[in-house]
Design a protein around this ligand. Structure first.
Ligand code: SAH
Length: 230
């Protein structure tokens, strides 16, 4: 089934499904042509398990290992568009997960520093992205709420897991005039925030939409024990 999918017979082809996805994203208000172009090229199905390949271009999150999910394509597009990436940007990503968002960032920025708390996920993503030829992505297994101080400041920061509040450490590692995109709220529903750090260091937030992300677990996120008991 999967081979047939890759070869583009009968039940659809990834190229055609990506074209349809791009049309859908553009219909949902994604206007940044660079983002649409990249998402029209990256093979999202390779970031999920084989039985899910044929569902990979629908606009839904899908399960990955460790009980986590690959984010919904619309949310990936919206977050990336909000970052307004430049080819010279150094980007910090918290929550590598499958590595799909990482690849989207890497296509549009100079360097991507990505942190994941599960080694299994980080290793799998690194293997895939290394073999795809991305040599400007740097991986770390750590609590991402603490950022990557040795490489700070970053032009852009993106967190793909939900936080009870904006982690002060991440804001501190954002360059002035930089942008941070992060879901902030409770464990079930959050506001997707675009945070601007002004030249004078002041911070201004705008809400992009309501969303529902998995929790950011760490020192400046939610404590792990709240999740191990249920
Ligand atoms: N962008 C990913 C989303 C993965 S879901 C994708 O599209 O595939 C969110 C990820 O954040 C999970 O992999 C989870 O393990 C990770 N995460 C949660 N808390 C974290 C923390 N404190 N530091 C780093 N990663 C964290």
């Amino acid at each position: 089934m999967s081979l047939r999918y890759l070869q583009g017979n009968q039940s659809g082809s990834p190229q055609r499904d990506r074209r349809l996805l791009v049309r859908h994203l553009s219909g949902r208000g994604i206007t940044d042509l660079r983002v649409l172009d990249v998402m029209g090229r990256i093979p999202r199905h390779l970031f999920v398990a084989n039985p899910l390949w044929e569902a990979a271009y629908a606009d839904h999150p899908l399960p990955i290992d460790e009980g986590q999910t690959i984010s919904q394509p619309f949310i990936v597009a919206l977050m990336t568009q909000a970052l307004n990436l430049q080819k010279t940007d150094r980007v910090l990503e918290i929550g590598t997960g499958s590595g799909y968002q990482t690849a989207v960032l890497a296509e549009l920025a100079d360097e991507v520093y990505t942190i994941e708390r599960f080694r299994t996920l980080a290793d799998k993503a690194q293997q895939l992205l290394d073999s795809a030829g991305y040599h400007h992505i740097f991986f770390r297994v750590e609590d991402g709420t603490l950022g990557w101080p040795e490489r700070a400041p970053f032009d852009k920061i993106i967190a793909t897991a939900a936080c009870p509040q904006i982690p002060a450490t991440l804001l501190g590692q954002l360059r002035e005039e930089g942008r941070l995109v992060i879901p902030v709220g409770n464990r079930h529903v959050q506001s997707l925030l675009l945070v601007h750090k002004e030249k004078d260091g002041r911070v201004r937030s705008e809400e992009l939409c309501a969303c529902s992300f998995l929790p950011l677990i760490g020192k400046e996120g939610w404590p792990e024990r709240e999740f191990s008991s249920n």
